[in-house]
Design a protein around this ligand. Structure first.
Ligand SMILES: *[C@@H]1O[C@H](CO)[C@@H](O)[C@H](O)[C@H]1NC(C)=O
Ligand SMILES: *[C@@H]1O[C@H](CO)[C@@H](O)[C@H](O)[C@H]1NC(C)=O
Length: 439
């Protein structure tokens, strides 16, 4: 009996030693990434990358030069990667090459709009612009790669760097998931710069952050004819008008008033003359919601209401949700456990007063497509310095990035990944099992 107790005590001490070791080594080996990211050789390197990408904006699945630049920088850092993933995407790897895996995501694409900011590194492509900060997102993820690579030996697993094409309405995230590169990945983190949040602050929430978003288009067909002899025609203008009014009742009469939703008909094309009833009318619009259930229900009812109401007016209707060109984006819902984890990492890096909460937004983010496949978390990173200027919102022709934000993004990415691997490593039951066998 006596010796049995001694063995038990030995096992307990041994396990304490095993579980305590990583805790001690984590705090010693995970550096202050913010200090590192602010050093000129990292900061200037990120600024240079961001300006190069800004000068040459590329749209959905056309990010060839951006992709080439990312690969050149990964080569420079001696970081292995897969390419092409999702047409122009690049997926890099830092660490042991073994599980656990944690992913960081940056989107790469620009917008179809003209830059109106006059500065040295203005877009060189007429009608295209990085007006949503994706140039900064890529540069920050490369910055994170650079500082993580310098501490690769301390990583307790593998960081997966996801450079994703086609965020702006083309669902690039879906193609990344479908490529299988996120298999076995435990969690994915993403960030978005925000114009009106102070520099160095972050804002986010647990649960729904962005709405799900879909588009629809319907052709309502009647029979054209002389506007003065309506009895010989079937008027699609009147039918489409009734359809639009009926669509507005879906939310006002069928949705829970506490479950925010939007349905907007933004497009109405039909007719051209004052005295001719046209053959058909095309309408189109968008619908948004924060829950998957209401999103699915709205989609179903949009189709039903359009065809049903058109039939009342003796018209036929076809409805398309344009899923090929504009994939449906589900609601972006932040994982609750990752929210707590994010807050603790961000508070220790930035200070507790810099970590803010946030209301959900009706915009959408294709980051949601990752969250369908694995636990995911996205947050906003502030870049406003009111002592310098107020920054215009994303998707404005006057959009500007305050480049002082770059080290914050790089450091948050690096800290979230490195600490998450350390956390997973501690939680893995394999430690106990493995050493048990040896005993
Ligand atoms: C994920 O893990 C399984 C089982 O270990 C393995 O067969 C598979 O190849 C892994 N996938 C990737 C993308 O690493
Ligand atoms: C609607 O479709 C039916 C069946 O194809 C057809 O017979 C009818 O003429 C169509 N009506 C109009 C107004 O296009």
């Amino acid at each position: 009996m006596g010796s049995f107790k001694w063995i038990n005590l030995f096992i307990i001490i041994f396990y304490c030693f095993l579980t305590a070791t990583p805790i001690i080594s984590d705090s010693n080996t995970i550096p202050n990434f913010l200090d590192l990211a602010k050093e000129p050789q990292v900061f200037d390197w990120m600024v240079d990358i961001r300006r190069k990408i800004h000068e040459n904006p590329e749209l959905c699945y056309e990010e060839f030069e951006t992709s080439k630049l990312i690969r050149a920088k990964l080569d420079e850092l001696d970081i292995p990667y897969k390419h092409p993933v999702a047409v122009t995407g690049v997926v890099g790897y830092i660490g042991t090459g073994l599980p656990p895996f944690v992913a960081l995501r940056a989107d790469m694409d620009a917008l179809l709009m003209q830059e109106l900011v006059e500065w040295e590194h203005k877009s060189k492509v007429p009608g295209k612009m990085h007006a949503c900060g994706h140039d900064a997102h890529v540069s920050m993820l490369l910055g994170a790669a650079k500082i993580l690579k310098d501490h690769e030996k301390d990583l307790q697993g593998t960081v997966v760097l996801v450079f994703q094409p086609a965020e702006e309405g083309c669902g690039g995230a879906k193609k990344i998931v479908d490529a299988g590169v996120l298999q076995n990945v435990s969690a994915i983190f993403g960030l978005h710069v925000l114009n009106n949040l102070p520099l160095g602050e972050v804002a986010s929430r647990s649960g729904p952050q962005f709405a799900g978003s879909g588009f629809f288009e319907a052709i309502i067909s009647g029979r054209g004819g002389h506007a003065a002899i309506p009895q010989h025609s079937i008027d699609p203008i009147l039918a489409a008008s009734n359809v639009i009014l009926s669509l507005q009742h879906i939310i006002s009469r069928e949705a829970d008033p506490l479950d925010s939703q939007v349905l907007t008909v933004a497009k109405f094309h039909g007719g051209g003359a004052f005295n001719v009833i046209p053959d058909s009318v095309t309408i189109g619009g968008t619908f948004r919601s924060f829950s998957r259930e209401s999103f699915t229900r709205m989609k179903h009812r949009i189709e039903q209401v359009i065809t049903g109401q058109a039939a009342v007016q003796r018209c036929n209707a076809t409805v398309s949700f344009l899923e090929e060109e504009k994939p449906l984006i589900p609601p972006t819902v932040n994982n609750g456990d990752l929210h707590h984890y994010f807050q603790s990492v961000a508070k220790s890096l930035l200070g507790a007063d810099k970590v803010k909460g946030m209301e959900p937004m009706m915009g959408s983010e294709d980051f949601a497509l990752y969250q369908e496949a694995l636990p995911g978390y996205i947050f906003f990173l502030g870049m406003e310095d009111v002592s310098v200027e107020h920054l215009p919102t994303g998707h404005s022709s006057y959009f500007k990035v305050n480049e002082d934000v770059l080290p914050y993004g790089a450091a948050l990415h690096a800290s979230l990944a490195a600490k998450y691997l350390a956390k997973l490593h501690q939680e893995l039951p394999v430690v106990e099992v493995k050493y048990h066998d040896e005993l």
